[in-house]
Design a protein around this ligand. Structure first.
Ligand code: NDP
Length: 247
């Protein structure tokens, strides 16, 4: 129970990778704040699963691209135990299109949720973390933030931006006992990737040295490492969880 007594927020924690992260942190003893936007039933199911580890849970519906919603997320999370030890910036969306056809709204939506939302959650969580002199911030980037991808200029830019946010904030907070790291998944089996055709999936798998799609739990394991005491001297890092894709 490495994280017993700690409080963790997982944005987009209702399903997919976020659910796996919430469950992993709960299995290590952390109380879990599950944020989501619209899928109530998935979020409730995640909470039910987390509670099997005898931890407290709290559901907070909030759109992380809206500043007032982020304020609500942090203030409600603080009501659970009066502290926020771990913030996992996991919520994210895609609006894929090649640049020639991309609508400005598709660019803005992705930047606003993935990058602005991560910035807002980081900023609002810093105050309690500074007060308690402890914090672990882990954000979900992507290998496409490192390599780019056809049809994902908006998404790649948002995920590259998260790396810049992570490294800058890591430097600002290093002396305050707050570490800031990122995990960059490759191709992970969730609703986000289920929409791809079988042919596109096969082509993608052929490019992965491990020759398989990653599981949400593969990502959750890396996130829990950054959240754990074992990672206390690690900050500003980006760990690829991608079966070797970005090598
Ligand atoms: P899913 O689409 O399966 O789940 C996304 C989650 O984010 C949902 O819980 C959703 O809430 C939530 N969400 C979306 N928009 C908002 C918002 N504005 N405010 C709050 N919550 C929001 O995604 P994945 O699990 O696949 O991805 C999780 C993270 O990992 C994302 O940041 C993604 O970019 C990243 N990633 C994923 C990869 C993959 O292959 N799957 C690869 C690389 C990175 P609700 O349930 O209410 O809709």
């Amino acid at each position: 129970m490495l994280l017993k007594g700690q409080t963790a927020i997982v944005t987009g924690g209702g399903r997919g990778i976020g659910r796996a992260i919430a469950l992993k942190l709960a299995s290590l003893g952390a109380d879990i704040v599950i944020n989501y936007t619209s899928n109530d039933s998935a979020a409730k199911e995640t909470a039910k699963e987390c509670e099997k580890f005898a931890v407290k849970t709290l559901l907070v519906q909030a759109n992380i691209s809206i500043e007032e919603d982020c304020e609500k997320l942090i203030s409600e999370a603080l009501e659970l135990n009066g502290r926020i030890d771990i913030l996992v910036n996991n919520a994210g969306i895609t609006r894929d299109n090649i640049m020639l056809s991309m609508k400005t709204a598709e660019f803005d939506d992705v930047i606003n949720t993935n990058l602005r939302g991560t910035y807002l959650c980081m900023k609002k969580a810093l105050k309690p973390m500074l007060k308690q002199k402890y914090g672990r911030i882990i954000s979900l980037s992507s290998v496409v933030g490192l390599r780019g991808n056809v049809g994902q200029a908006n998404y790649s830019a948002s995920k590259a931006g998260i790396i810049g946010l992570t490294k800058s904030l890591a430097k600002e907070m290093a002396a305050r006992n707050i570490t800031v790291n990122a995990v960059a998944p490759g191709f992970i089996g969730t609703d986000m990737t289920d929409a791809m055709t079988d042919a596109a999936k096969e082509k993608m798998i052929a490019e992965i040295p491990c020759k398989r799609i990653g599981e949400p739990e593969d990502v959750a394991n890396a996130v829990s490492f950054f959240a754990s005491p074992d990672a206390s001297y690690i900050t500003g890092q980006v760990l690829c969880v991608d079966g070797g894709m970005a090598v």
